[in-house]
Design a protein around this ligand. Sequence first.
Ligand code: SF4
Ligand code: SF4
Length: 185
Amino acid sequence: MRAPTGPVCARCPVALGASCCEVKDDERLATVTRADVARIAEHTGLSTRRFVVEEGLTEEEAADYEARRPLYRDYFRRSPVRWTLAVRAGACVFHEKGRGCGLPADVRPVACRLYPFERWPDGSWSVQVTRYGDLAEARAGGSACLAVEEAERMEDVLAAFGTTRETVEGLGVQLAQETREHGRG
Ligand code: SF4
Ligand code: SF4
């Protein structure tokens, strides 16, 4: 899952070669819920098929996804189908070249607003990307975040995105709730 939104993201394409909204053919963007889709459809007037793609997983893959990401528990309750944002020309359909996300912050999928923070099965929070400690290595590694590479501590990462632990944890609560509703269909 990839997706981004902080001020640091504007520097990312130059520093790391691409922002998280720009993906390779074999990469997927953020996992979205029905609530995300409803907010985006209401704001843009687009039909769902214009910006959502469905990815069929095996039952095992779906179970593993939920086990590794507790915020997505019950996402696959009715079927092992993952909804992600559609990609067009190597980027999210809402990505505007050189400008970033074309959606207002409160309309973006919660996963985009949360990235790169993640709550783990033991209840702890951290970042979901690899830390390389060297920009050249990070660029080559392909799973780096500029904010993480530039940070010394978690507080630095939070500050780079202009957010706080409380905000991140609040988004986590929202995501977990909307995931459960998504799973109920
Ligand atoms: S919705 Fe916006 S933040 Fe999320 S992946 Fe698309 S362009 Fe990036
Ligand atoms: S890698 Fe980090 S800094 Fe770069 S676009 Fe993604 S979230 Fe923003």
